[in-house]
Each structure stands twice: as structure tokens, then as C-alpha cells.
Design a binder for this molecule. Structure first.
Ligand code: NI
Length: 133
């Protein structure tokens, strides 16, 4: 992977605020902070344009709600072509935590996520996406 260098012109005050912000995060160089921002922009663009991405969906739910548990399984089977792996953790007597690793077109990942997060008795969900190019 080659490296490209380019200059960026910014108003002084913005550059100063940027330096302060990345210092608080612990970045040692502007380059790494700008790299992370650009990667975020790229994944956002891929997400918006239906391109291939990887992601993690997490769901927290009450396992006593058997209908919800069955529906969760049915939905995951329906989306088997984009689900790479899933892990189920019995958090306590009432709560299950599930992590689902996905890879596919953003429209399909979004479709799966919407199906899961809108189910009754789902207490919490999150979706994190990553650029795989
Ligand atoms: Ni469980």
C-alpha cells in the first residue's frame, strides 16, 4: 500500500480546535486522526450507496419471551447468506445477549438490523459497520 501526501488548508481556529480534539483522544499525529476520519467517511458513503460492508449486530433480550426467541432464530435463518457467525451469551436468569457478525451489501445488513431491532421484547440493539476494502 503506497502513501499519498497532500496539503490541507484550514482556518487557523479550526486547525487549533482539531489539534485540541485529537490530543484529548490520544492521537499522536494528525495523519492518524485524519486517516480515521476519512475511513469513517468512506464507510458512511458505502453504507449509503448499498456497497459491501462488514458489521456487528448486538441484541439484548428477555429469553422468557419464547415467541421472540423463535422469531429471532427464524429471521437469522432468513439472512443466513450474510451472517458469518453469531454468539449467544446467557447474561443472567432473564437476559440473553447475542452478537451477530455480518458481511454483505449494506441494504441487506440494514434490512436484517431493522427486522431485529423492531421486535417486541428486544431491550437493546447496536450496529457497528466497517469498511472491508
Ligand atoms: Ni440465553
Amino acid at each position: 500500500m503506497g502513501v499519498v501526501r497532500f496539503g490541507v488548508s484550514l482556518p487557523k481556529e479550526i486547525a487549533h480546535q482539531f489539534d485540541n480534539a485529537i490530543k484529548k483522544e490520544g492521537y499522536e499525529t494528525r495523519s492518524k486522526a485524519i486517516y480515521d476520519l476519512i475511513k469513517k467517511y468512506i464507510i458512511q458513503s458505502k453504507w449509503q450507496h448499498g456497497e459491501k460492508i462488514a458489521g456487528i449486530i448486538s441484541i439484548l433480550y428477555n429469553h422468557h419471551e419464547k415467541d421472540t426467541v423463535n422469531t429471532l432464530l427464524d429471521i437469522q435463518h432468513e439472512y443466513h447468506d450474510i451472517i458469518i457467525s453469531s454468539q449467544h451469551i446467557h447474561l443472567d436468569n432473564d437476559n440473553c445477549f447475542e452478537v451477530i457478525i455480518v458481511k454483505g451489501k449494506s441494504d441487506d445488513v440494514d434490512g436484517l438490523y431493522k427486522r431485529l431491532k423492531t421486535l417486541r421484547h428486544i431491550k437493546d440493539t447496536s450496529l457497528t459497520v466497517a469498511d472491508i476494502s
